[in-house]
Structures are given as C-alpha cells and as structure tokens.
Design a protein around this ligand. Structure first.
Ligand SMILES: *[C@@H]1O[C@H](CO)[C@@H](O)[C@H](O)[C@H]1NC(C)=O
Ligand SMILES: *[C@@H]1O[C@H](CO)[C@@H](O)[C@H](O)[C@H]1NC(C)=O
Length: 295
C-alpha cells in the first residue's frame, strides 16, 4: 500500500473520529442499584442511531471528567503512528482512559473486540458475543473489570481469564453458559445470573479458593446443589434454581457447633424446591436466615 493511500485512509479515519467526538456530549446522573446488579457504579451508554450523539451516564467522576479529546495514545490514533488494530474498536466503541465501552454495537459484535493496551475496564453489554477464547484477554493483564452482560456466550475456554491476576469483577449475566471456566482467584464479585448453569458445570470447589469474593450471583440457573461458599462472601444469590436440599456443611460446619460464619449478610434461596424449615441445623452459624420457602 502506497504511503499516499495510507495517509488518505488515516486522514479519513481521523476526520470521522473528529466528527464523532464533536457530536458527543456527556452528562452525569446517579442510578439506583437494582436487585441483581453488582454494587458497583453502573455505567450506561446508549449509542444513538447516528452514532454522533452519545449519552453517557455514570456515577464515576473519574470517567466522566475525561473527554475524548483528553484520551491518551492508547485510545486515539494520531495519523501516521500507532497500531491500526486499535482503531476499529475505538471507533465502534467509546474509549476513555483505561475504559472501553461497547454497548449494543451496530453492526453486530460477535466476538470480544481487540482491546487497547492497558485497558482496565471493559463494558461490552448487550452485544452478540458467542464465545470467549484464550486469546481475547490474553495480553490485557491490566483488566480489573469485565462486564459481558446480555450476550450469547455459551462457551468460555478454560484459560480465558487465567492471566488476569488483577481482575476483581466479572459479570457474565444473561448469557447461555452451561458450565463455568476456571475463574481468577482474586475476584471480589462474580455474576452469572440468568444463564443455563447446571450442577455438573459448576464444580463444588469452583469458588473455594477465592478468598476475596464478596458477592456471588448465581440466580436463575439450573443448579441442584450449592457449591462451597468461601467465608469472605457476604451476598449470595441462588434464587430460581433447582436446589432441593441443603446440609449442615453447606453454610456451617458439622464438626463445630460454635462456629459463627463471618461476613454473610444475605442468602437468597427463594424459587427453589428446598423447604428450608426442614433443615433447622443448617443455618445455626448464620446471623440471618436465608430468604426462601419455610413451609
Ligand atoms: C430439578 O431437579 C430434579 C431432581 O432433584 C430433576 O428431576 C428435575 O428434572 C430438575 N428440573 C429441571 C428443570 O432441571
Ligand atoms: C472440622 O473438620 C475440618 C476438615 O473437614 C478440619 O479442618 C477442622 O479442624 C475440624 N474442626 C474441628 C473443630 O474439629
């Protein structure tokens, strides 16, 4: 490709970006946390048809304070330098310092987009991503939060998240997962509500070593058993599954009647066949009874 042609292409792309950026406006709005949402700031991005007007709502001052004009080299490509593979992502999506917002991208986004280096926050909600491969996040070890709510994900390769040692919040809600992949040990919040998870696909010890996990959302799945819940967990959502029994060791310790479970504030087991009143010894270590059927 001739230099002139390349310059022309870059000029075109740069001009498109300027148009996009100049038609972008931001405003800030607080949002109430909804039932099943993670207790983190919720960022909503609506991309209008023209793609010129983007409404951006956030509680996060840090994100909204930075306009595209201030974005660093990783999100805006200057003509004649940088890696062109970054470009489509930051034209289809909105890239702010360290954050990539790709919500309801048109044309359909069917796989994880190439992420700029140093991406820490990825919001790729309500797209048509079907599969997560080992390569998708392989090099982006800076990721702290990934939100893939509302895609069509039915398969995640086992090593897909294995290099993400900084990852703290992972949301895979509203997908089509039957089984979970290996999860990073440092997660503080994991959300797989509204999937098709089966007991066979969620190993009993899947969460056992996640000693920082505070919020675990597995509601609206097809689980028939409760996995081992680490002591750090304070909110556990298991409503609308197919759990028909619990034991003393589900939440407490059968060999230690004086044990009091720390941290646990909320367990939801409503919408399961289990009748909790039949297992009075299973909750003695808890400071509050699970929400669910008692008769
Ligand atoms: C729920 O679990 C029972 C076994 O406890 C099983 O027979 C039934 O098929 C399950 N239902 C669904 C919808 O998976
Ligand atoms: C209870 O059993 C576990 C292993 O299952 C053991 O680590 C723990 O020390 C036991 N606690 C008591 C009080 O015996």
């Amino acid at each position: 490709m001739g230099t002139r042609l390349r310059t022309l292409i870059y000029t075109f792309i740069f001009a498109s970006w300027v148009i996009l950026a100049s038609g972008t406006h931001y405003y800030q709005k607080s949002l109430l946390t909804k039932e099943d949402l993670l207790p983190m700031e919720e960022v909503h991005l609506e991309t209008k048809k023209s793609k010129r007007q983007i409404e951006f709502t956030t509680e996060n001052d840090e994100a909204s304070a930075v306009l595209p004009a201030d974005t660093p080299e990783n999100s805006v490509l200057s003509p004649g330098e940088g890696d062109a593979s970054d470009l489509p992502t930051c034209l289809l999506c909105v890239c702010l310092t360290g954050s990539v917002y790709c919500e309801e991208v048109d044309p359909d986004m069917t796989s994880v987009p190439a992420l700029p280096k140093e991406t820490a926050y990825l919001y790729a909600r309500y797209n048509k991503i079907k599969k997560i491969t080992q390569k998708d996040f392989g090099d982006i070890v800076t990721l702290k939060r990934i939100d893939l709510t509302g895609n069509l994900i039915s398969e995640i390769e086992d090593g897909a998240f294995s290099k993400l040692t900084l990852l703290e919040e992972l949301t895979l809600a509203e997908n089509q997962l039957v089984r979970l992949p290996m999860l990073p040990a440092k997660l503080t919040s994991f959300n797989a509500n509204h999937n098709l998870l089966k007991t066979k696909g969620v190993k009993a010890n899947a969460f056992k070593k996640m000693t920082k996990l505070r919020n675990l959302y597995l509601a609206h799945n097809q689980l028939e058993a409760v996995p081992v819940i680490p002591e750090s967990v304070s909110i556990l959502h298991l409503q609308n599954n197919n759990i028909s029994t619990v034991t003393v060791d589900t939440f407490c310790k059968s060999n230690d009647t004086y044990y009091i479970r720390p941290n646990m504030n909320e367990i939801r087991m409503d919408g399961n066949p289990v009748v909790l009143a039949q297992y009075p010894n299973s909750f003695t270590c808890l400071q509050a009874l699970p929400i669910g059927r008692y008769q």
